[in-house]
Design a protein around this ligand. Sequence first.
Ligand code: ATP
Ligand code: MG
Length: 329
Amino acid sequence: MYALRRPPATPATTRGRAIGYSAAARRALPFFLNTFRASSTSETEETTNVLRMVMFGKPGAGKGTLSARLVKKYEILSLSTGDLLRQHIQERTEVGREAEEIVAQGKLLPDDVMLKIVASKLDHLRNKHWILDGFPRTVGQGELLDAHLKKQGTPLSLVVNLDVPDDVILGRISDRWVHPPSGRVYNLSYNPPKVDGFDDETGEPLIKRPDDNPEIFARRLNQFYASTSPLLEYYSKAAQKPTRLPRLTPHQHPHQLAFPFAHTMLLKTLSGKTSDEIWVQLDALVRSAFPGLKERSPSLETRRRHSLSDAVVAQAGNLAQAPPLQGDS
Ligand code: ATP
Ligand code: MG
C-alpha cells in the first residue's frame, strides 16, 4: 500500500478537512473550476482526482516507456517534450531550427521556449488525465509550469521520480531504438521489436537517436545532475503544502468567493533496475491515488491516438481522418 498524502474521497464534513475537497464545496465553486473535472469523473467525484502528472527521472530512466504503458492501459494522454522537439526539428519549424543544435549537443532549450510549446498543448486538455515526460527539466520550468497551471485551476496532482542506477542507464543506451512518429521505445536486450529494426504496430523502420551515443549521453546525464535534479527538492516542498487555487474574478457570484480550492500534490519515488519492476509499483500507485481512472477498452485501443500531440492536432480539426479520443464527443 502507498501512504498517500492526499485525503481519501469521503465527505469533508465527516473529517473536518478543507472544504475544497467536498462535493458540496465543488458545487459552490465557480463555473470555470467545476469544468476542470476529467470527463470520466462523475458529479460526486473529486476535482483533485484528475491525474496531472510529471514523470521525472534521468535521461534513459524509462520515462517514455512507462508513460506509454500508462497511456496504453488507461484513458490518459502523454506529452514527451523530447518527442515534440524531434518533431519540430524534422518539420523545420522555427522552434525546430533553434532546437536542432542544442539537442544534438545534449544541452537544454531555454525555459520560456519550452513552456510555450508545452502550454500550447496543455491548454487543450484542461479536463483530461495527462502525463508530462521530459518537462519540467529545470526549477525555472517547474515554476513556470506551476504558475501556468495554477492560473487555470489545474495544478499538478502527482510527480513520480524514477530512481534507476546510473550504470544500468548507461548500459541501456547502446541498445535503444525508437520509432519517432509514436515515441515508442525498444531495447534489444529486454524489449526487442517483434521484427528486428521495425516498429511493432506500424511496421515502419526504427532509428537510433543521434544523441544516444556515449559522449553526448554522458553530457545529458551531467546536465541532469546540474539542472534537473534540484527540481526534486522543489517538488518535495510543494508536496508538503497545499496549493490554493485562484480567487474569482469580480463578475462571479459573491458566495463563491468564500470557497478557495485547496489541493495537495503527491510526490513518489519508485526505484528499480528495470521498467518492468517499476511498472508494477507505478500501476499500483496510480490505481490507488486515482481510483476514477478508466482502463481503455481493448477493442478500441489500437484505433485510438494516444499521444497528446496527435490529440491536439485532431481536436483542432487538422486531422480530419483522426478517430476521436475516448471521452471526447
Ligand atoms: P530519455 O528520452 O532517455 O528520457 P532524455 O530525457 O535526455 O532521455 P528527451 O526527453 O527525449 O531525452 O529530450 C531530448 C533532448 O531534448 C534533451 O537532451 C534536450 O536537449 C531537449 N529537451 C527535452 N525536453 C526539454 C526541456 N524540458 N527543457 C529543455 N530541453 C529539453
Ligand atoms: Mg524520453
